[in-house]
Design a binder for this molecule. Structure first.
Ligand code: GAR
Length: 208
């Protein structure tokens, strides 16, 4: 008599397909990629996009086997939305469900932001709501802050204004320059961003 058998297939952990958008160096992207290499990490980074074809992070991602693509904003001139429509087409074609801005240095229009409501994260190198915008480390030093740091927040139409998901702080030390302070903050960014991505992706998997 044939013995009934059950085919047991190892279930692949469900993960949230995630894209990282960069404009340059990509050290936060590297931190996110490193975290997502763990199959138990709830987000899987499947795409890296840049507005800058020369972004060093693109080559690095491609070397690690991640699809990496540039959509240069320059041919689109002042038509920001047209550039974003091209980005959106690629994001949709890749089945992306969560987007991480990681040093993506273009202000997004409400059109793209509206398509990713609650699903687009950004990292900012300051303790928001302090110091939105650029040159945050210089401004923190000029203001005589005792603490500085970084913030991961949801992206909304107002620049650096969306709901805060998490923050990490560092002390400002005597003799700090924007470079030394910035390096101390960056080390915390590399811890904070993967942790916040994990939390957001897990919430999606849990249907929250
Ligand atoms: C990071 O410090 C990030 O917080 C900042 O740009 C740097 C990118 O570095 N982002 C912004 O200022 C956004 N307004 P990275 O390319 O090495 O991740």
């Amino acid at each position: 008599m044939a013995v009934p058998t059950t085919l047991i297939q190892p279930s692949k952990p469900r993960r949230v397909p995630t894209a990282v958008l960069i404009s340059g160096r990509g050290s936060n992207m590297e931190a996110l990629l490193a975290a997502s290499r763990d199959p138990a990490f709830p987000a899987e980074i499947t795409l890296v996009l840049s507005n800058n074809p020369g972004a060093p992070g693109l080559a690095s991602a491609a070397k690690q086997g991640i699809e990496a693509m540039a959509i240069d904003h320059r041919p689109f001139g002042r038509d920001r939305e047209a550039h974003e429509r091209a980005l959106q087409e690629v994001l949709v074609a890749h089945g992306i469900q969560l987007v991480c801005l990681a040093g993506y240095m273009r202000v997004l229009t409400p059109w793209l932001v509206g398509r990713w409501e609650g699903r687009m994260l950004n990292i900012h190198p300051a303790l928001l709501p302090k110091f939105p915008g650029l040159h945050t480390h210089e401004r923190a030093l000029e203001a005589g802050e005792g603490q500085h740091g970084c913030t991961v927040h949801l992206v909304t139409a107002g620049v650096d204004e969306g709901p805060i998901l998490g923050q990490a702080s560092v002390p400002v030390l005597a003799g700090d320059t924007p470079a030394t302070l910035g390096a101390r903050v960056l080390a915390r960014e590399h811890e904070l961003y993967p942790a916040m991505l994990a939390r957001s992706a897990q919430a999606i998997l849990d249907g929250q």
